[in-house]
Design a protein around this ligand. Structure first.
Ligand SMILES: Nc1ncnc2c1ncn2[C@@H]1O[C@H](COP(=O)(O)OP(=O)(O)OP(=O)(O)O)[C@@H](O)[C@H]1O
Ligand SMILES: [Mg+2]
Length: 223
């Protein structure tokens, strides 16, 4: 797997918020996008996800130009700041949702099997029938992660996935997410404000400022 972001430009109402962003991802690589508020991190992630469109530039996945491919066809997993679980669905239904709506997707029995496997993976096997309102923030975040991974995405996109959590839960979830991402063997792009989080999770850290990637760093060794 290789993924290339090539010279992306994006303006809102005449103000350029992405000024030629390029970045490439190797197989299984975890990249953090780190930078101050307003630097363009979410805009870039939304363009990668297909939720927004660039004014110019391109996205190339394994040699295929996906710049204009609709979000639903990209087969990317997404986790957002607000978890955005479906409130009226149980944990199991949330995790299975992407598989259920997939065109030519797996059978009911296969979905049940996958969901059970993911519940084991996030260590919440007893919570299949709970609703999101009956979970802690950390548990919801794990369900959101399992839901994103359920479709076996080609790329995992996360926008401040831990920001709603307190410091202690954050730290313990970080290592879980890293382990899940590794086990799934999937490349990941995570937006964060938090240098320590980027250091703990990423293989490389792309520092954004005012619509540009200004440097790419390797993480500080963390004990
Ligand atoms: N839909 C929109 N319409 C107009 N301006 C927008 C829109 N979305 C983002 N912007 C502007 O683009 C710039 C970059 O926003 P973006 O959300 O990408 O920043 P960010 O790096 O994710 O910031 P934060 O860390 O606060 O989430 C900001 O100045 C923002 O006000
Ligand atoms: Mg943002």
């Amino acid at each position: 797997m290789t993924f290339e972001i090539r010279d992306i430009h994006k303006s809102f109402a005449g103000t350029e918020v992405l000024k030629g962003v390029s970045l490439s991802l190797e197989k299984g690589e975890f990249i953090a996008l780190l930078g101050p508020s307003g630097s363009g991190k979410t805009t870039l992630l939304n363009i990668v996800a297909g939720l927004a469109h660039a004014d110019s530039g391109s996205l190339v996945f394994d040699g295929e130009d996906i710049t204009r491919q609709p979000a639903g066809q990209r087969h990317f997993g997404m986790v957002f700041q607000s978890y955005a679980l479906f409130r009226h669905m149980t944990v199991a239904q949330n995790i299975g949702f992407g598989l259920k709506v997939m065109k030519g997707g797996p059978s009911r029995a296969e979905i049940d099997r996958r969901v059970a496997e993911l519940l084991e993976m996030i260590e919440l096997p007893g919570l299949a029938d709970r609703f999101p309102a009956q979970l802690s923030g950390g548990q919801r975040q794990r369900v959101a992660m399992a839901r994103a991974l359920a479709i076996r995405p080609r790329l995992l996109l996360m926008d401040e996935p831990f920001s709603a959590l307190d410091a202690q839960v954050r730290v313990s979830l970080r290592s879980e997410v890293r382990a899940l991402q590794r086990r799934a063997g999937v490349g990941a792009i995570m937006v964060t404000h938090d240098r320590a989080e980027a250091d703990a999770l990423a293989d490389r850290i792309a520092i954004m400022d005012q619509g540009r990637i200004v440097t790419i760093e390797t993480p500080e060794q963390v004990a």
